[in-house]
Write a protein that binds this ligand. Sequence first.
Ligand SMILES: Cc1cc2nc3c(=O)[nH]c(=O)nc-3n(C[C@H](O)[C@H](O)[C@H](O)COP(=O)(O)OP(=O)(O)OC[C@H]3O[C@@H](n4cnc5c(N)ncnc54)[C@H](O)[C@@H]3O)c2cc1C
Length: 190
Amino acid sequence: MRTDGWPSTPTSVCCPKAKPVPGLYAAGDICSEAMLKHVANHEARVVSHNLENPRDLRQARTFAVPAAVFSHPEIAFVGMTEAEAVDSIGQVNVTVKVQKYGDTAYGWAMEDMNGLAKVVADRRTGEILGAHVVGTQSSNLIQPIVQAMSFGQDAYTAARGQYWIHPALTEVIENALLGLDVPIPDSAPL
Ligand SMILES: Cc1cc2nc3c(=O)[nH]c(=O)nc-3n(C[C@H](O)[C@H](O)[C@H](O)COP(=O)(O)OP(=O)(O)OC[C@H]3O[C@@H](n4cnc5c(N)ncnc54)[C@H](O)[C@@H]3O)c2cc1C
């Protein structure tokens, strides 16, 4: 099934080149690239809104869609991989930081030798392009990155614009963001 990005507008079925069928609507796995529960829920809200407000159509958000594998260790990811970022904007413009859990206070206390967070950003702007976290509670740890990406916060502002509880495991994400080679905005928080 192919849609035009407006989940409540007519949709074509089973053929990428087919024209949308008037009166046929779709949301969720059947029309989404990301077959995830949170995406289906969002699209259901968009459909509901669009059906009630045909003059104020909203588009489903396809940016910064996170996912996790609840394995051991847990794996969570959002946005681009390093390779995808390099393909997209070129190696020279990509900055990456891999932060080990064990190099933060909580990770050290857990004697964690394996957990890590990898953040990928645009070196020129500090835009966060993606992140991967492997280890304890990674599906929770990645949420500040999802939030920063969703609201357009650059990496430095996301790191320094808020307090991070010490010695919580979230310091893994704080340190990953601070380890990126990105510009410090003019009015950057301290
Ligand atoms: C094993 C498994 C594990 C998953 N784990 C996760 C996870 O951890 N996190 C996550 O985000 N996503 C997970 N997903 C994906 C998630 O379940 C889907 O993305 C989400 O349910 C999609 O919602 P949906 O409404 O599009 O489809 P569905 O939830 O599949 O709902 C479709 C409904 O349509 C009904 N239906 C089908 N055919 C007909 C018909 N002809 N007439 C009437 N009704 C019909 C079905 O019975 C079903 O109730 C998992 C999926 C599977 C299979």
